[in-house]
Design a protein around this ligand. Structure first.
Ligand code: S3P
Length: 448
């Protein structure tokens, strides 16, 4: 008898077309922030539409360990916070599973408390770089002990006497930006982050919603931003409605785009312009995507995405678009594999620091399924011939949910079924993925 069960393999079979109306789970980035910011507010914050994927449940457990009360009833999450700087020392190591957002953002909160805390994660998270948050938080006064290369497990020796800094992000990262701004909440004075390229701004939007003073101005480059948070605000509990995650909608959208004759409506998707680079790119490739019923939910723009399948053509995706679609390159590579012509994805260095080395994982998945491509240190070129890719491969997911889902979508569009070696990571961000896709006419099933 083996001590650990074999990972659950999934297989996607080719199908003719997709049709129907779906809602994808809540936005992962916004869900993490709703729980964290609710924890730092006084009073009762309610959150509806929260993503209940494993990553967000790790954040819920962590803020509970810090003293927040977090309960769920009938789909409504209620958070009673401890106030800015009011967290208590966690009694044990915080295990953040697969979740980089939990680790980086919580580092900012923990670093600005006068206690020592410890965090770890799964095999994927323990490989991911934490130096990028340790460095600025260290400048503010916290100390860290980590494994070699700034890897988890990590000890954080926090302080409640942080000094405010002005910090220019060396990598375009909303997680690093957010860690610094969250530390800035429990810091006297003004903490400023300069981002040369604008990244997702859910932290800024939601902190304002909770009553913090946040100033945002255009950066000198014209593309970036300068964000300042004023320390020691009194955050007030709020009601948050979480829109559907555009990064999850991406899988249904691309599946519909690449299967001619498809007609799919994905309702209530967040369309924050700092998240919609994939949809822009697909439209440039010739996809028919309509943004219907645009509205605002909880301070975030939302729309229903109406997708009709057709032929796609290859395009060049400029590197400066990367921050607005950083999680979507694996599924874009799948769209490119089904398109006619060459698609050049540039400026991909950050992909190597995700749940897996996504540049390597995507290239290996394309190779396993007969898709011609070229890979460099920070680019991927995919050659499509406008016909269904060969398929028939087994893809290694490397604990990466988006690799698993992307190649299952490839299987729907390929000539032969595509298998992924481990479907379990999908639950980190998209519980019910296979059932939702199958409801649209896909055939994704457990394999042996
Ligand atoms: C996230 C930011 C991005 C993204 C991740 C979620 C966030 O990471 O890849 O899935 O919620 O702030 P980086 O900030 O490392 O680019």
């Amino acid at each position: 008898m083996s001590l650990s069960a074999a990972p659950p393999r999934l297989i996607a079979h080719p199908v003719a077309r997709l049709e129907g109306k779906v809602r994808v789970p809540g936005d992962k980035s916004i869900s993490h922030r709703a729980l964290m910011f609710g924890s730092m507010a006084l009073g009762e914050t309610t959150v509806t539409g929260l993503l209940t994927g494993e990553d967000v449940l790790r954040t819920a457990a962590a803020v509970r360990a810090l003293g927040a009360q977090v309960v769920e009833q009938d789909g409504v999450w209620r958070v009673h916070g401890f106030g800015v700087g009011g967290g208590r020392e966690p009694a044990d190591m915080l295990d953040l599973g697969n979740s980089g957002t939990s680790a980086r953002l919580l580092a900012g909160i923990l670093a600005s408390h006068r206690f020592t805390s410890f965090m770890t994660g799964d095999g994927s998270l323990r490989r991911r770089p934490m130096q990028r948050v340790m460095e600025p938080l260290g400048r503010m006064g916290a100390r860290f002990e980590s494994r070699a290369g700034g890897r988890l497990p990590l000890a954080i020796v926090g302080t409640d006497e942080m000094v405010p800094i002005e910090y220019t992000l060396p990598v375009a990262s909303a997680q690093v930006k957010s860690a610094i701004l969250l530390a800035g909440l429990n810091t006297a004075g003004e903490t400023t982050v300069v981002e040369p390229e604008a990244t997702r701004d859910h932290t800024e939007r939601m902190l304002c919603h909770f009553g913090a003073e946040v100033r945002v101005c255009a950066g000198e480059s014209g593309r970036g931003k300068r964000i300042t948070v004023v320390g020691w605000p009194e955050l007030r509990a709020r009601d948050i409605v979480v829109p559907g995650d555009p990064s999850s909608a991406a899988f249904a959208v691309v599946a519909a785009c690449v299967k001619p004759g498809s007609d799919v409506l994905v309702e209530a998707v967040g369309v924050n312009p700092l998240r919609t680079g994939l949809f822009t790119t697909l439209q440039e490739m010739g996809a028919d995507i309509a943004f219907e019923n645009p509205r605002e939910i909880g301070g975030e723009p939302v729309a229903d995405l109406h997708v009709r399948g057709g032929a796609l053509k290859g395009v060049d995706v400029p590197p400066e678009r990367a921050p607005t679609m950083i999680d979507e390159y694996p599924i874009l590579a799948v769209a490119a594999a089904c398109a006619e012509g060459t698609t050049r994805l540039l400026g991909l260095a950050e992909l190597r620091a995700k749940e897996s080395d996504r540049l390597a994982s995507v290239a290996a998945g394309l190779a396993a399924n007969g898709v011609r491509h070229e890979k460099g240190a920070d680019f991927l070129i995919v050659h499509g011939d406008g016909k269904a890719p060969a398929g028939g491969g087994l893809v290694e997911t490397h604990l990466d949910h988006r690799i698993a889902m992307s190649f299952l979508v490839l299987g729907l569009a390929a000539r032969e079924p595509v298998a992924v070696d481990d479907g379990a990571p999908i639950d980190t961000s998209f519980p019910g993925f296979a059932a939702l896709m199958n409801g649209l006419g896909a055939r994704i099933e457990a394999g042996s």
